[in-house]
Design a protein around this ligand. Structure first.
Ligand SMILES: [Fe+2]
Ligand SMILES: [Fe+2]
Length: 247
C-alpha cells in the first residue's frame, strides 16, 4: 500500500488476506503487549500486594494485579487467533527483551504508587493510540483495556494524595517519582522509529513517538503538580539515546 486510507479489517480471518507488512506490524504490537503486560504484572503488581500497608490498599492492589494479568490474557488470546506462536508471547520462552522500565527494583510502597502514577499513565497513552486502530479486534481490545489502565493511574493519584498529606510521605513519594520518571521516557521509542512509521502508515497507531512523549510530559506535569510534588528533572541522555521502548 502506498497511498489512500488504510483498510478496516474486522476479523482475524480477514487479516490473513492482508499484506505481509500490515500483518507483521500488528503481530509486533500484540507480541509486545502480551509480553510486557505479563512481565509488568510479575515485576511490580503482584509483589506490591505484600508492600501495601492496609487491607484496603491490598484489596485494590490485588485488583490491579488481576487486571494486568487479564491484559496479558487478552493480548495472548488475540495473538493466538491471529496465528502467532504462543512461545513468542511468553517472556520465559522468547529472546525478546521486556521493556527496560521493568528493570526498576521495586522495594517500597511509595515506589509502587509512583509506578502507578507515572507508568500506567504511559500505558494509557499507548492504549489510547490504539482506540482508532484499523484492525478492529485490536481496537476493541484497547477499548476494553483503557478503563482499567485509567483505574491504575487513578490508584496512583489516590494513594499518592494520601502519602502527600504528611511531610515524610511526600518526601518518600517525590523520591520514588524522581527515580522512576527517567526510565519512563524511553518507553515511547526512538524519534526516528521505522516501526512507528509503518504503524501509522497502516492506521494501526495514530501518533509519532515524539508526539506521544511530549503529551506524556505534559500529563506527568499535571499529575505531579496536582499532588503538590515537584516536576522531576528531564534526563538529557534519555532524549539523545532512547532505547528499550515499545518503538
Ligand atoms: Fe495493563
Ligand atoms: Fe496498568
Amino acid at each position: 500500500m502506498t497511498t489512500g486510507k488504510p483498510p478496516q479489517v474486522k476479523t482475524c480471518e480477514e487479516l490473513r488476506h492482508q499484506p505481509e507488512e500490515f500483518r507483521l506490524a500488528l503481530e509486533k504490537i500484540v507480541v509486545s503487549h502480551a509480553i510486557n503486560e505479563l512481565y509488568g504484572a510479575r515485576a511490580f503488581d503482584e509483589p506490591a500486594i505484600a508492600l501495601a500497608p492496609t487491607p484496603y490498599a491490598k484489596w485494590l492492589t490485588c485488583r490491579v494485579a488481576m487486571e494486568e494479568y487479564g491484559h496479558h490474557v487478552r493480548f495472548f488470546e488475540l495473538g493466538r487467533e491471529m496465528g502467532i506462536a504462543e512461545a513468542r508471547m511468553l517472556p520465559e520462552k522468547t529472546h525478546k527483551r521486556p521493556l527496560t522500565i521493568f528493570d526498576f527494583p521495586l522495594k517500597t510502597w511509595e515506589e509502587f504508587v509512583a509506578i502507578k502514577l507515572l507508568g500506567d499513565l504511559a500505558e494509557i497513552l499507548q492504549v489510547e493510540d490504539l482506540l482508532h486502530c484499523s484492525f478492529v479486534p485490536l481496537r476493541n481490545l484497547a477499548r476494553m483495556t483503557l478503563p482499567e489502565e485509567r483505574f491504575h493511574a487513578q490508584f496512583g493519584v489516590d494513594f499518592g494524595s494520601e502519602l502527600a498529606a504528611t511531610a515524610a510521605g511526600k518526601r518518600r513519594l517525590q523520591d520514588g517519582v524522581e527515580r522512576f520518571f527517567p526510565i519512563t521516557l524511553p518507553f515511547f521509542g526512538s524519534a526516528k522509529s521505522r516501526n512507528n512509521e509503518i504503524f501509522r502508515r497502516w492506521g494501526i497507531k495514530q501518533r509519532t513517538n515524539e508526539e506521544m512523549r511530549a503529551d506524556y510530559l505534559s500529563r506527568v506535569a499535571a499529575a505531579v503538580t496536582g499532588l503538590g510534588l515537584a516536576m522531576p528533572s528531564l534526563p538529557e541522555a534519555h532524549f539523545q539515546k532512547p532505547a528499550g521502548g515499545i518503538d
